[in-house]
Design a binder for this molecule. Structure first.
Ligand SMILES: [Zn+2]
Length: 182
C-alpha cells in the first residue's frame, strides 16, 4: 500500500496505550487485540493529519475518517474485507450516527462522534469506491489527493472539489448527503 512518499526518516512508536498521533511520533495500544489496527491507524495519520492538515475540530473526518478508511483497506488487503471493515461497520451499525459528518465536535449529539467519524465515514467511502475503482481506485485517489495537498491545509470543500475534479463527474448528490459544503 503506497499513499505517497513520507520524507521523514524517523517515526517513533511508543506502546503506552496512548492511541494518539503526533508529527513523527505515535502512541499505540499495547494490548494484542487492538495492537495492529491502532498501529496502522496511527501510522496512517502521518499522511492524513500531519502531512495533509485540516482543522481537527471542524473537519475531524478528514483526518480520523480518512485514516480509518485506509486502515480498513490495509487490513482488507492483509486479511479480508469483513476483518478490514469490521471496526467501522460495527460502530456504524450499533450506534446512532449524525447525518452530516463535518460538523464541529461540540455539535455532535452525545455519543455520535466516534460512530459517525470512525464508523459511518469509512463505510460511506468504501461504498462509493466500490463503484469507482474499488480499493485499488481508492488508494490511487488518496495518493493523488495526498500528493496534491502534501504540507497544505485542506477542508471539506477542498476535498469535495478534488473528488469531483478527479472523477470528472458531478458527485454533489453523493457528497451533500453527508457533507455540509456551504
Ligand atoms: Zn486517529
Amino acid at each position: 500500500m503506497n499513499l505517497g512518499e513520507n520524507p521523514f526518516h524517523e517515526l517513533d512508536i511508543i506502546g503506552n496505550n496512548g492511541n494518539m498521533e503526533y508529527p513523527n511520533v505515535i502512541e499505540v495500544s499495547n494490548d494484542s487485540q487492538s495492537f495492529e489496527r491502532t498501529l496502522v491507524h496511527e501510522i496512517a495519520h502521518q499522511w492524513f493529519y500531519y502531512m495533509v492538515s485540516n482543522d481537527p475540530h471542524k473537519d475531524a473526518w478528514l483526518d480520523e475518517g480518512l485514516t480509518e478508511f485506509v486502515t480498513s483497506i490495509y487490513l482488507t488487503e492483509k486479511y479480508n474485507e469483513s476483518i478490514g471493515f469490521e471496526f467501522a461497520s460495527n460502530l456504524s451499525q450499533i450506534s446512532p450516527t449524525s447525518d452530516i459528518v463535518n460538523i464541529p465536535l461540540n455539535e455532535f449529539e452525545r455519543g455520535e462522534y466516534v460512530p459517525t467519524v470512525y464508523g459511518k465515514t469509512p463505510i460511506l467511502l468504501r461504498d462509493f469506491f466500490n463503484d469507482h475503482g474499488g480499493q485499488v481506485g481508492a488508494l490511487h485517489f488518496l495518493s493523488e489527493y495526498f500528493n496534491t495537498y502534501k504540507f497544505k491545509y485542506v477542508d471539506s470543500k477542498i476535498f469535495a472539489d478534488f473528488l469531483k475534479e478527479y472523477f470528472e463527474e458531478d458527485n454533489s448528490e453523493f457528497l451533500e448527503k453527508w457533507l455540509e459544503l456551504e
